[in-house]
Design a protein around this ligand. Structure first.
Ligand code: SAH
Ligand code: SF4
Length: 411
């Protein structure tokens, strides 16, 4: 048993990898009052944290034949079981032992909001230790995309981002990333809903929810492999996109991985002064290093990089800023996604107007940079990352302040 649990913690990559990982994880500074990640409080492993070889090992150690692991795997990733009791063809004695060691631990839904068009569903989940995360299902005629979180909160502190305001609570386990998608697989498979546009399965994934995916690199890749697994969810690597704030050493690692998962870079500014004022992590990995890592990634993978550019009124949306971006990216195999900033509760920053966005696009066109404007789906349900959680926390604070006021008035 010892061995199986240990293998979940260890990755077998090179020493250089361990060094890069340690340097990046050092950026994961927890916010004050975050859930301390000492051994005693570490979230308990769930069965969803096991990959198939690990599960097979566990089943054999418990004295049952290997094929039982495959049966359980099917229940998890083809039938989307939420309870062990559903696994009707698996011996009860095995299920009981497994339940003691590793619960299935489906995520608890705290808030579920559906946008006016019925095609965007945003969920705030509570994890076993009380941390809260968000995921969104976005339905389009040709695809059903889930946006997943990789951390509870985020340590990177980008000024225009609701999750950045929260700070970091902790990294998610691989199973907690996988569970977010299973939640929506269950909804699409089992709940007949006319607004689901006939979708029965999740087809695409974007790692653009709460948190910085490359700051939780090991669990990120564990979850990607689970989504890709042909006897699991069987999702093509090209149907998945990982978005990063620009953690250069991990972008270089990403380029070495065997699965051609798409890479999106949150650029938002083309020079260091502006970028550092919006994304503090730019002080550590400046624009030139980031762009060089992207160029190397393109050379190695022959794949296009997407650059995300959130347009914040009066900050990074001038025609001059667009020209600077055009010069920086000219000739690269890339695409720029322009995203007018979504409002963040408590922030004075605003998204650029339609006119400003058009003028910005026109400048980029002059440089021949492929680009498009992405209006976030579900603005009416705070669909951008972290907004639901920030709004909920603000409401709870107000409520607590009112109770305190009422108490002192009464006393
Ligand atoms: N941490 C990763 C992924 C999560 S954020 C990253 O930063 O890339 C996903 C995307 O949403 C990023 O491009 C981020 O810059 C953008 N974003 C964050 N807050 C936003 C807001 N208020 N309006 C529009 N885009 C926002
Ligand atoms: Fe973190 Fe991304 Fe938000 Fe920046 S934009 S604070 S990296 S989640």
């Amino acid at each position: 048993m010892e061995q199986v649990s240990a293998s979940l913690e260890v990755n077998n990559q090179s020493e250089g990898f361990a060094r890069d990982l340690a340097a990046i994880e050092a950026l994961n500074l927890p916010r004050a009052g975050a859930i301390p990640l000492n051994a005693a409080r570490k979230p308990r492993l769930s069965l969803l944290d096991y990959d198939l070889p690990e599960l097979t090992e566990l089943v054999k150690e418990l004295g049952f034949p290997a094929f039982r692991a495959k049966q359980i795997w099917g229940w998890l990733y083809q039938n989307f079981a939420v309870e062990y009791s559903e696994m009707s063809n698996v011996p009860k004695a095995l299920l009981q032992k497994l339940a003691e060691l590793a619960p299935l631990a489906p995520l608890e839904v705290v808030i579920e909001k559906v946008a006016g068009d019925g095609q965007t569903r945003k969920v705030l989940f509570r994890l076993a230790d009380g941390a809260e995360i968000e995921s969104v299902l976005m339905l389009y005629p040709d695809r059903a995309t889930v946006c997943v979180s990789t951390q509870a909160g985020c340590a990177m502190g980008c000024t225009f981002c609701a999750t950045g305001q929260l700070g970091l609570f902790r990294n998610l386990q691989a199973g907690e990333i996988v569970q977010q998608v299973l939640h929506f697989e269950r909804y699409l498979s089992y709940i007949p809903d006319p607004s689901a546009m006939g979708h029965k399965r999740v087809s695409n994934l974007v790692f653009m929810g709460m948190g910085e995916p490359l700051a939780n690199y090991v669990n990120l890749w564990k979850s990607i492999r689970r989504f890709h697994d042909p006897v699991g969810l069987n999702m093509g690597a090209r149907k998945m996109t990982v978005s990063t704030v620009g953690l250069v050493p991990m972008i270089r690692r990403f380029a070495e991985e065997d699965l051609p998962v798409n890479l999106a870079i949150s650029l938002h500014a083309a020079n260091d002064t502006l970028r550092s004022s919006m994304l503090p992590v730019n002080n550590r990995f400046p624009v030139a290093d980031l762009i060089q890592a992207c160029r190397d990634y393109i050379d190695k993978s022959n794949r296009r990089v997407s650059f995300e550019y959130t347009l914040v009124e009066g900050q990074n949306d001038s025609p001059a800023a667009a020209r600077e971006l055009g010069r920086l990216l000219h000739g690269m195999l890339c695409h720029v996604n322009l995203i007018p900033m979504n409002p963040v509760p408590g922030s004075k920053q605003r998204g650029s107007t339609g006119e400003q966005v058009k003028a910005f696009q026109a400048e980029l066109d002059q440089f021949g940079i492929p680009n498009s404007v992405r209006f976030e789906k579900g603005r009416d349900i705070q669909a951008a990352c972290g907004q639901l959680k920030v709004e909920k926390d603000a409401t709870e604070l107000k409520r607590a302040a009112k109770v305190a006021r009422d108490n002192s008035n009464n006393g």
